[in-house]
Unconditional design. Structure first.
Ligand SMILES: Cc1ncc(COP(=O)(O)O)c(C=O)c1O
Length: 398
């Protein structure tokens, strides 16, 4: 090991701010779908760094994209200048989606904040200054910044930091009368929803409720934002999760897997929305830099290939079948939900001890809320690895 792990401080003496509770292993290397810790232990990864490492670890194509971008010597230019990688990535995302334009930023929360600003800009231009409200869903998670947090349905995360962005109304998923009551032509700028709620426990929207969101937005001359930060870019077996729903948004946000582990977010817009946004309305120093954009182009092209997505669907079906069987066997499992390679195991007991026991057995999983074990393996996972991970889960849940 190149790192002198014995001299690393424990978390109590770490200089890193204690907003996280990191698990014990100290990871020093990755290969395929596995992480290796400083003791040489290998862990099968069903977490992907919370949905980020879609192409796993040590991917040759990603390494080539990094290397050739570095060899060109261009890591950053600022958005005062254009670069070929950002232009190519925006074109790629637009060509593969409903969108015409793309704004690049650095995280999921930033992508949502940008979407809110663009929606307000559009609504202000079209309907007057009262038209600034955002309607969000119960169970939603959109990020930790002041605007994104205001639309995140987690009172415990919100209260210590209030006041947040005003003007957010929450409605329960599938409650169409409540939706219709919350959305108004006079006050609503946009509705935001995750096509599959991630942190909320892996809950896919139904096509019917997605159509209701679209209809409510249209009736109020408001915009529909889909947050695909966690469920987008192949995770569900389609390049974009909205493609399962038969409903197109006006804006869509991406982040997690977009740049192969480098920080990057993106907000996709139709021309109708984009035309309301003027130079100077929004900006970020690092957004869409040539290194991250070069790597992201490789990610989007790889994941967008029909054969890649077909493999995600096949492995997803295998995983779903194994989990359905697990549900029959394990009394603590009350439901399994998901699609593609995004699954939640609903328990009638807390998830944290299950996550810890899986870690001890060499499998990385995360929780999503108090009682859901969340599975987000790399999209490149093999059939044998799906079975291996499910065997560990079966043992842990027995
Ligand atoms: C659906 C969704 N939106 C937004 C975010 C926030 O992304 P970030 O942590 O990159 O700010 C997350 C993070 O988990 C997410 O799952």
């Amino acid at each position: 090991m190149s790192m002198a792990t014995s001299t690393l401080p424990g978390t109590a003496h770490s200089a890193v701010l204690g907003v996280y509770r990191p698990a014990a292993p100290l990871f020093v290397a990755g290969a395929g779908r596995r992480l290796i810790d400083s003791e040489g232990n290998s862990y099968l990864d069903f977490a992907s760094g919370i949905g980020v490492n879609a192409l796993g670890y040590g991917d040759a194509g990603l390494s080539d994209a990094f290397r050739s971008a570095l060899e060109r010597g261009l890591v950053h230019t600022s958005n005062l200048y254009r670069t070929a990688p950002a232009e190519a990535l925006a074109r790629e995302l637009a060509d593969r989606s409903f969108a015409d334009r793309v704004f690049f930023c650095n995280s999921g929360a930033e992508a949502n904040e940008a979407a809110f600003k663009f929606a307000r800009r559009w609504a202000g231009a079209a309907g007057g200054s009262q038209k600034h409200e955002i309607v969000a869903l119960r169970g939603a998670f959109h990020g930790r910044l002041f605007g994104a947090l205001a639309a995140t349905d987690r009172p415990a995360m919100q209260q210590p930091f209030e006041p947040l962005m005003p003007g957010v109304r929450f409605v329960a998923v599938d409650d169409v009368p409540a939706l219709d009551a919350a959305v108004s032509p006079a006050t609503t700028a946009a509705i935001i929803a995750e096509p599959v709620q991630g942190e909320g426990g892996i809950k896919p929207l139904t096509p019917g409720f997605a159509r209701a969101l679209r209809a409510a937005a249209d009736a109020a001359n408001a915009l529909l934002i889909f947050d695909e930060v966690q469920c987008g870019l192949g995770r569900t077996g389609a390049l974009f999760a909205y493609q399962h729903l038969g409903v197109e948004p006006d804006l869509l946000t991406l982040a997690k897997p977009l740049a192969g582990g480098l920080p990057m977010g993106a907000t996709l817009l139709t021309e109708r929305v984009a035309s309301a946004v003027q130079p100077g309305d929004h900006a970020t120093t690092f957004g869409g830099g040539p290194l991250v954009a070069s790597v992201a182009l490789e990610v989007v092209q790889r994941i967008g290939a029909p054969a890649f997505l077909a493999a995600v669907r096949a492995r997803g079906a295998q995983l779903g079948n194994r989990l359905a069987a697990l549900r029959q066997q394990a009394g603590v499992v009350t439901e399994v939900r998901g699609l593609g390679l995004m699954w939640g195991i609903q328990l009638n007991v807390p998830a944290a001890p299950v996550v810890a026991a899986a870690l001890a057995a060499g499998l990385l999983v995360t929780s999503a809320g108090e009682r859901v074990v969340r599975l987000l393996p790399p999209l490149t996972i093999t059939a044998d690895e799906v079975d291996e991970g499910c065997d560990v889960l079966q043992g842990v849940l027995a």
